[in-house]
Ligand binder design. Structure first.
Ligand code: NAD
Length: 513
């Protein structure tokens, strides 16, 4: 693990450990900046340098309880509880403006934390305000309805009410984006939120908390606590005042959260992993498809849930396509994520580096052919960073572990197919169902194939496209529920059915009315 425990002093910025300034971030609880009750901190390392750059408070059950109670208080009384939906929407708009003005600051924090490329992060952080605007605009457009109820003299209407305290638990690969997918609809609906970011990438969330503060959200509405999954995260999920859990992470973590939520009848959405197929048919635009495949698996070093980690190539184009792909990827530049010319950055965490290297050995031992890469990257421009050479394995069969298990790194498994039926069968044959993509200029195929692919998102002649307007989530082991789009706000609302009778008389109290 790249996290170590220390006992810290008061303050937000300390000089420690000789190699430069180490920042200390405090948690954002009830509108205040706080250390943990125990005074414990944990380190976070920069994936490009391998050095500690910041420390975060390690929250325990006491901190979790304090935070959830503050969020509950903000939900039940005070300015947020009585605010109109229109005013909540305006606050979200204001937050969007503040984020837009601070997009570079947020991107800088996330690059230091998880090694994502600055160009990618600037794109993401400049896109975040759209979630504020979309759900801010939606806040006062959630209408109830009046039913033509089958009871004489009675009015019946359906109304939508916020649920309560929402726990948002996020992974290290895109903390801000994945948080915004949860927080924007949750707040638009009138809930309050406690975010627990990954122990490997928490700083950007505290950067975001500063912006909530600046935008003027009432205290207790948005809170961030930091710590590890098995203690801080678990305590948050199990807190009796948490009513709704929105989780993005591994299927192992998702299963634990789902079990806990089931025991306490809490509503939950789970955005989990994937082993997404990326199919290239012989009638595809080859140049575009090569770029698409690269964006699917090598962008963000393959550390995306939607990574197109299985490339299904038709046998008639197999060799030619791979030649083009390998030639292009051999030119890919690894190195400093802040350099705009870098194509592939480091693995975000040391355990992830080890996991990816382990899967490379598994693929070799299973008999896959390593066409390029297959090692830790030792290029001078990679320094002490946690880099893996972009790796392509051919001669993969779909029953190999490298084709069935999520690696979450720059490792592409290439599988040959002969017919469309065979491609569909291979594409659907994993425990996952998050995303799928295919390249073809056949209009009929573009129309008919999406329906046959067991995946929450299908891209045709495109890959790795997301939008605040487009529902995203998985089938099978890739999760439960969807984020984004209009329907997401309803996942943060409860329906209430109200019957009103003007005249108070009951003819026979011993029968159903
Ligand atoms: P992880 O499951 O290890 O951790 C995710 C978060 O859950 C972290 O904040 C962690 O501290 C917390 N956590 C872990 N166990 C917990 C528990 N028992 N109770 C409460 N909280 C707990 O995942 P990770 O390694 O951080 O992220 C990588 C995974 O996330 C990959 O599998 C990837 O596919 C998935 N992911 C999915 C999506 C999606 O939208 N479907 C998006 C990004 C990442």
């Amino acid at each position: 693990m790249n996290k170590t425990q220390t006992t810290g002093e008061q303050g937000t910025r300390n000089k420690t450990k000789g190699s430069g300034e180490i920042e200390r971030f405090e948690m954002y609880i009830d509108g205040q900046w706080k250390q943990s009750a125990s005074g414990r901190w944990f380190d976070t390392k920069n994936p490009f340098t391998g050095e500690v750059w910041a420390q975060l408070p390690h929250a325990d059950e006491t901190d979790v309880d304090l935070t959830v109670r503050a969020a509950h208080e903000a939900f039940t009384s005070g300015p947020w509880a009585s605010m109109t939906a229109s005013d909540r929407g305006l606050l979200l708009y204001r937050l969007g403006d503040v984020i837009a003005a601070n997009a570079a600051y947020l991107a800088e924090l996330e690059v230091k934390d998880n090694g994502k490329l600055m160009v990618e992060m600037l794109g993401q952080t400049r896109y975040l305000p759209r979630w504020c605007q979309y759900y801010g605009g939606l806040a006062d457009k959630v209408e109830g309805s009046v039913t033509p109820i089958d009871k004489a003299g009675m009015l019946h209407y359906i109304t939508h009410e916020p649920i309560g305290v929402v726990a948002a638990i996020t992974p290290w690969n895109s903390p801000l984006l994945l948080t915004m997918w949860k927080v924007a609809p949750a707040l638009a609906a009138g809930n309050t939120v406690v975010v627990k970011p990954s122990e490997f990438a928490s700083a950007s969330m505290l950067g975001l908390a500063k912006l909530f503060d600046e935008a003027g959200f009432p205290k207790g509405v948005f809170n961030v606590i930091t710590g590890f999954g098995q203690d801080t995260g678990r305590a948050l999920v199990e807190h009796p005042l948490v009513q709704r859990i929105a989780f993005t992470g591994s299927d192992i973590g998702g299963a634990k959260i789902s079990e806990s939520a089931a025991r306490h009848f809490k509503r939950v959405t789970l955005e989990l992993g994937g082993k997404s197929p990326h199919i290239v048919f012989p009638d595809a635009d080859m140049e575009a498809a090569v770029k698409g495949v690269i964006s699917g698996i090598f962008a963000a070093g393959g550390q995306t849930c939607m990574a197109g980690s299985r490339l299904l190539l038709h046998s008639s184009i197999h060799d030619e396509f791979l030649e083009k792909l390998v030639a292009r990827m051999k030119q890919a530049r690894l190195g400093d994520p802040n350099d705009p010319n870098t194509d592939v950055g480091p693995m975000a965490t040391e355990p992830q580096l080890e996991k990816v290297l382990k899967y490379i050995e598994i693929a070799k031992s299973e008999g896959a052919t390593c066409l390029m890469g297959g090692t830790r990257a030792q290029r001078p421009e990679c320094g002490n960073g946690w880099f893996v050479e972009p790796t392509i394995f051919s001669n993969v069969t779909n029953d190999m572990r490298i084709a069935q298990e999520e690696v979450f790194g720059p490792i592409l498994s290439v599988i040959k197919f002969d017919t469309e039926e065979e491609a569909i069968q291979i594409a659907n044959d994993t425990p996952y169902g998050l995303a799928a993509g295919f390249w073809s200029q056949d209009l009929q195929r573009a129309i008919s194939l999406p329906k046959r692919l067991k995946a929450g998102t299908v891209w045709v002649n495109a890959y790795r496209v997301v939008s605040y307007m487009a529902p995203f989530g998985g089938m099978k082991n890739s999760g439960l529920g969807r984020e984004n789009g209009i329907s997401a706000i309803h996942d943060y609302l409860e329906q209430k059915s109200v019957f009103i009778k003007g005249k108070s008389e009951i003819s026979n109290p011993f029968t159903l009315q």
